[in-house]
Design a protein around this ligand. Structure first.
Ligand code: PMT
Length: 222
């Protein structure tokens, strides 16, 4: 049989930054390039997984040989994830999901008028938290993009969102976080820090993260 670590596993990976529409020509997004999520998708496939990659706004070159389901908003991403959720064994939320969206997306281009313009935002669904509440057999990995207090925020997100593992990156550190080819993460579980991965390629980070996850998921019977 296939002895690869994730053979027979169905893996959902999200990547990129969601786009929250203001009007037909304007939107809110963030600096996510998709590199981290793409690296996870690529390595998961190399490890034998059946990968379903869901990507919002990205600037990075997508991995070859993996089909991508493109989405825009957090709501779209949530629907796309839910369609695969029941059958999945592992979900990795590497996407940078917007916490808020404009209360309404205007149907026509908003015209310039007064000297100030107020945009009202409403909270988006937290995809990871919702999955955490409904999870049964699924193994759930979250990311946390932080600008300090890594451990405190990571542990809070891990518990609140009911993740099995959480990879926290300090996005202000050199060679880590948004846009770059490398990352440095601290991996947490309920008991605290599991591993500190110093700056290295996002592919190497993905390999280490997925290896830890595979070791904790229900094993493949041969
Ligand atoms: O794409 P790159 O340029 O390679 O950059 C990689 C990255 C920095 C985007 C990535 O490593 C990363 O940290 N992704 C998570 C970014 C993020 O949204 O972090 P957060 O701390 O705001 O959210 C915590 C977790 O909840 C994340 O798994 C996120 O996907 C999820 N979330 C957040 C908000 C929301 N409404 N729904 C969610 O599911």
């Amino acid at each position: 049989g296939d002895e690869r670590l994730l053979s027979g596993k169905k893996v959902i990976v999200t990547a990129g930054g969601t786009i929250e529409r203001i009007d037909p020509v304007r939107y809110i997004t963030n600096d996510s390039s998709g590199k981290m999520g793409f690296a996870i998708a690529k390595v998961a496939q190399e490890l034998g997984a059946d990968v379903h990659l869901i990507a919002a706004n990205t600037s990075a070159e997508p991995p070859v040989g993996i089909s991508i389901e493109k989405v825009q908003s957090a709501d779209d991403m949530y629907s796309a994830v839910l369609r695969q959720w029941e059958e999945s064994d592992l979900v990795v939320m590497a996407a940078a999901v917007a916490d808020y969206r404009p209360r309404e997306a205007a149907q026509t281009k908003i015209k310039k008028k007064d000297s100030t313009f107020t945009l009202e935002l409403v909270k988006n669904i937290d995809i990871l938290e919702s999955l955490g509440r409904s999870k049964k057999h699924q193994f759930l990995i979250g990311f946390a993009a932080e600008t300090g207090n890594l451990e405190t925020y990571a542990m809070d997100k891990l518990e609140r969102k009911n993740c099995d593992l959480l990879a926290a990156n300090d996005v202000t550190a050199d060679g880590a976080g948004f846009g770059v080819d490398t990352n440095a993460v601290q991996i947490y579980d309920r008991g605290g820090m599991v591993e500190r991965i110093p700056v290295q390629s996002k592919e190497e980070v993905a390999r280490k993260l997925l290896t830890i996850a595979a070791g904790r998921m229900g094993g493949v019977l041969h």
